[in-house]
Design a protein around this ligand. Structure first.
Ligand code: NAG
Ligand code: NAG
Ligand code: NAG
Ligand code: NAG
Ligand code: NAG
Ligand code: NAG
Ligand code: NAG
Length: 363
């Protein structure tokens, strides 16, 4: 009798642990120092199903190799890298450059900047030109020896994993939303059966900062992730995910600082060493802010629920920017999202610090 109760108890504990298990697919435009994102997820107890990628800061084939490399240096190569879309749904380099010639340039143009082979030779990731070229000099983290998955693609993988673990898979997207949009369109049940969508990007009310601040300030307040694939962004942000969380303006709240980097390197491992040398102090913890919100919603100190759409009119100067509405005034086919204004910055820094100093061993 007692044994039977014990067995039942164990079974129910195992069941509830399994039921609470959280999975995530991390979609991003991966770079040499983007390891903070998967490390935070793993440190937060999340089962990372894959790193997926799409063209953003650089071309997707180069990012696939960065994703492989940043896993390899921490013995995390059991996490698959599933390549995503090389091209946005509609946008091209020529179309983007033509838009800029009418509406003015962006400081940071990501992969759609014209090629600069001098910069590439000095270690910059490729922009413009042939999207399939690989620039080995950009791999300060080491060139990967492992291989990406070649039997499926990001969008397909997202669909398959959400079918496998309904209600449990968070989709994290810190680059353009191309893969998410493809998954949404491929399978009408995908969005509603995912756990949530958490994105980096989606600034509101920042035009004056772009106009009156420095070029850096303009850069920090321009929405390259959404602009690079405006159509995909609109599809993703209007899809029926149970929850959508937008880390837009809040992603600029906490800057990387030298004192943070000095503290990170107090525990010297291959990740902290890379972060210390290459993360820099020019930009805020954009992608990390979105990841922190995914891991621990209690880090959210101030947010609101608004309806949202993305400007998809190519002729518009705000092409690729989001618009927010209250329910009564929202256009059809939009939905409410959680728009975050403020996070606990101390906690965010603690989460990044711990994940980088004590990289989880899951393989
Ligand atoms: C990865 O594994 C190698 C060999 O087992 C080990 O020397 C190294 O310290 C590990 N790296 C990390 C970041 O754990
Ligand atoms: C190309 O990159 C080099 C090295 O970073 C830089 O000095 C130069 O200004 C860049 N050229 C253009 C046209 O941006
Ligand atoms: C796919 O990947 C496997 C394992 O890395 C490799 O053996 C195979 O040659 C690849 N196939 C193609 C078509 O690249
Ligand atoms: C998530 O979505 C559910 C159902 O739509 C809603 O009740 C809940 O308040 C949302 N949570 C957050 C944090 O937005
Ligand atoms: C961290 O360790 C690496 C490899 O051992 C070393 O090259 C580097 O100088 C160390 N960094 C600091 C700040 O001590
Ligand atoms: C939350 O953020 C909004 C937008 O910045 C601000 O207007 C509001 O005062 C904030 N609320 C609190 C409680 O801080
Ligand atoms: C912010 O996070 C820190 C570190 O986790 C915690 O000590 C502090 O109480 C939090 N502040 C608020 C206002 O929740």
């Amino acid at each position: 009798m007692r044994v039977r109760i014990l067995v039942a108890l164990c079974a129910s504990i195992i069941l509830s642990v399994t039921a609470q298990k959280r999975y995530a697919i991390l979609d991003n435009d991966w770079s040499s120092t983007a390891f903070t994102v998967p490390l935070m997820a793993l440190d937060g107890g999340i089962d990372v199903l894959a790193l997926t990628d799409c063209t953003g800061d650089t071309w997707q084939p180069q990012e696939t190799l960065h994703a492989l490399a940043i896993l390899e240096i921490g013995n995390l190569s059991c996490i698959p890298v599933v390549p995503g879309a090389t091209w946005p749904l509609l946008q091209t380099v020529e179309r983007f450059q033509a838009w800029q010639s009418i509406h003015g340039p962006l400081v940071w143009q990501g992969a759609f900047a014209l090629p600069n082979y001098t910069a590439e030779a000095l270690g910059s990731d490729p922009t413009g030109g042939d999207p399939n070229r690989i620039v080995p000099s950009a791999f300060v983290e080491g060139f990967p020896t492992t291989k990406a998955v070649n039997t499926t693609n990001s969008a397909n993988y997202m669909v398959e994993m959400v079918k496998k673990y309904p209600g449990q898979v968070s989709i994290y997207a810190a680059g353009p939303l191309t893969n998410v949009a493809l998954a949404v369109r491929m399978d009408p049940t995908f969005a509603e059966n995912a756990k949530e969508l958490v994105i980096m990007g989606g600034y509101v009310d920042v035009e004056l900062l772009q106009a009156t601040g420095s070029l850096l300030m303009a850069n920090l307040n321009s929405d390259i992730n959404l602009i690079m694939d405006s159509e995909a962004a609109n599809i993703a942000l209007t899809a029926p995910f149970p929850n959508i969380t937008i880390a837009g303006n809040v992603a600029n709240q906490v800057m990387s600082t030298q004192s943070f980097l000095d503290q990170v390197i107090q525990v010297n491992n291959s990740y902290s060493n890379l972060m210390y040398k290459y993360y820099g102090t020019e930009f805020p913890f954009w992608d990390e802010t979105a990841m922190a919100l995914l891991i621990d919603p209690s880090i959210n100190m101030n947010s609101t629920n608004v309806f949202v759409s993305v400007d998809t009119a190519y002729a518009s100067p705000s092409y690729g920017n989001i618009h927010v509405y209250q329910k009564a005034l929202a256009p059809p086919n939009t939905r409410s999202v959680q728009y975050v204004f403020q996070v606990n910055g101390t906690k965010l820094q603690d989460m990044i610090m711990h994940a980088v100093q004590y990289p989880p061993q899951v393989c």
